[in-house]
Design a protein around this ligand. Structure first.
Ligand code: A2P
Length: 271
């Protein structure tokens, strides 16, 4: 055998428990934040708001992290939002993803940010910081959520304006969406806010809820467990502070075993 012959390119087989998909679109929001889409195996089923293990084959093995689906359950392709950490085992590689590259999708989506985990209510607050927006991008494009609530208030807070991923899409495109536009215009209130730059809405969501500013921004009455429901998705600290604030007002946490008046999940990918 000739040693200088080029090695045959191995055909990548999907590791057990994963679908092997291909990237179809990549968009970099900032040097620390990007989104990508990939093909979806028709047998991959999930509920809008859930997450799955997503990643790459590295040295022959799956290297995966939990990622919430940004895309709604009905969408043909899958979309994800990710940070980029220079020395993060997965994101340092995933950030170089190009159209056509292989992506692993874990076959068992799970998660608590699903409508079934909340008791019926009037207003649904979706509180996100950073990439915690991802599951709510899925939910605000699922007609089911508009059937369940009179108002949906999406409060996304980031440090800087340019980190408000999907801002144009939510503010400009979604209200004109062919299928969802009417529901969105009637029921969705979007509250983009930043904490470290001038912007019309400023300050942490916790502070804005404590002072009543968030309710004024949304044009609704003060948070009340009698008719408001809340989903939280952010950093550990943000989740903890939101929980404290809500529980002081009588909200109770729901989960897959028992519905409550709020649910929480951390915005996963940090490495
Ligand atoms: P701040 O700029 O005041 O820290 P990060 O990128 O650190 O996850 O932050 C994303 C957003 O979440 C920022 O606007 C940040 O505000 C805010 N944030 C960080 N910690 C908390 C917290 N404990 N409660 C509410 N918001 C928080």
């Amino acid at each position: 055998m000739n040693d200088s012959a080029p090695a045959a390119t191995p055909t990548l087989a999907a590791p057990k428990g994963y679908f092997l998909e291909h990237a179809t679109w990549v968009h970099h929001w900032t040097d620390r934040l990007f989104s990508f889409r990939c093909t979806r195996n028709p047998s991959f089923r999930f509920t809008s708001g859930q997450f799955a293990m997503i990643g790459l084959v590295v040295e022959g093995k799956p290297l995966v992290r939990a990622y919430s689906m940004v895309s709604p359950a009905w969408e043909e392709q899958l979309e994800f939002l990710s940070i980029k950490v220079p020395d993060g085992p997965l994101t340092s590689r995933l950030q170089h993803l190009a159209v056509g590259d292989a992506v692993l999708i874990g076959q068992k989506p799970v998660g608590t940010l699903v409508p079934e985990n909340l008791l019926p209510g009037r207003n649904l607050w979706l509180l996100a910081t950073g990439t915690g927006l991802a599951p709510f991008m899925s939910l605000i494009r699922d007609p089911d959520i508009y059937d369940r609530y009179d108002r949906i208030i999406l409060a996304h807070t980031t440090r800087q304006v340019r980190e408000l991923a999907y801002r144009d899409y939510i503010a400009r495109e979604l209200p004109d969406h062919e299928l969802l536009g009417e529901m969105v215009r009637a029921k969705l209130t979007y509250l983009p806010a930043v904490t470290r730059e001038p912007f019309p809405l400023r300050g942490r969501i916790t502070t804005r809820l404590e002072t009543g500013a968030a309710e004024r921004e949304a044009g609704v009455a003060a948070l009340d467990p009698a008719h408001d429901r809340v989903m939280i998705c952010g950093s550990e600290a943000m989740n903890a502070d939101c929980k404290t604030l809500l529980e002081a007002r009588g909200f109770t946490e729901g989960n897959n075993a028992e519905p409550g008046t709020y649910v929480v999940e951390k915005a996963f990918v940090t490495k």
